[in-house]
Design a protein around this ligand. Structure first.
Ligand SMILES: [Cu+2]
Length: 174
């Protein structure tokens, strides 16, 4: 996808706040995800990213994006990029949010020509590397949405091994 590279310095102590409108490419709309999140990954409108969030000056949650939902949908996918600007690998162990009964890490995989979603107990963000959540791959799955809560920005907490949890704000596309 034609994301702009927004940073060159890995250690910006003060992170600028981004509010971007970026057109998603056609490839983003061609998600192979066919299960509960399929509708929410058909992105044809412009994407509104939530503000980047920086934690401990080492972990950056960038390009946080939740596509617009069909009116009756009770599930949703959230995409983002987690950057690790430290010299140690960081392990994501879970996600929570008050906006849904269940939040979990999923990976879309293709098996026998079928797209399936597989729960991930943990994902590693390599040292000085990043982990990209995007349609057809990793995503954060929200199930049992509280529709009243997701009509406005809501909190999403990322849990890590050997680190404090980090809470960021997701701004759903409207
Ligand atoms: Cu999923």
């Amino acid at each position: 996808m034609p994301f702009l590279s927004m940073r060159s310095s890995a250690k910006a102590a003060i992170w600028p706040v981004f509010f971007l409108l970026v057109s998603l490419s056609a490839s983003a709309a061609n998600s192979t995800e066919v299960s509960v999140a399929s509708e929410s990954t058909k992105v044809s409108e412009q994407a509104t990213f939530s503000e980047d969030a920086v934690f401990d000056e080492t972990i950056v949650a960038a390009k946080v994006y939740m596509p617009k939902l069909p009116p009756v949908s009770r599930s949703a996918a959230i995409y983002l990029t987690l950057e690790n600007h430290s010299d140690k690998a960081v392990t994501l162990t879970g996600v929570t949010t008050p906006a849904a009964h269940h939040a979990m890490i999923h990976q879309t995989i293709e098996e026998d020509g079928m797209a399936k979603m597989r729960h991930q107990d943990r994902l590693v963000i390599p040292a000085q590397g990043k982990l990209v959540f995007q349609p057809g791959s990793y995503h954060i799955m929200l199930m049992g949405l509280d529709r009243a809560l997701i009509n406005a920005p809501f909190e999403l907490t990322l849990e890590f091994a050997h680190r404090s949890p980090m809470t960021l704000t997701v701004k759903p596309a409207q």
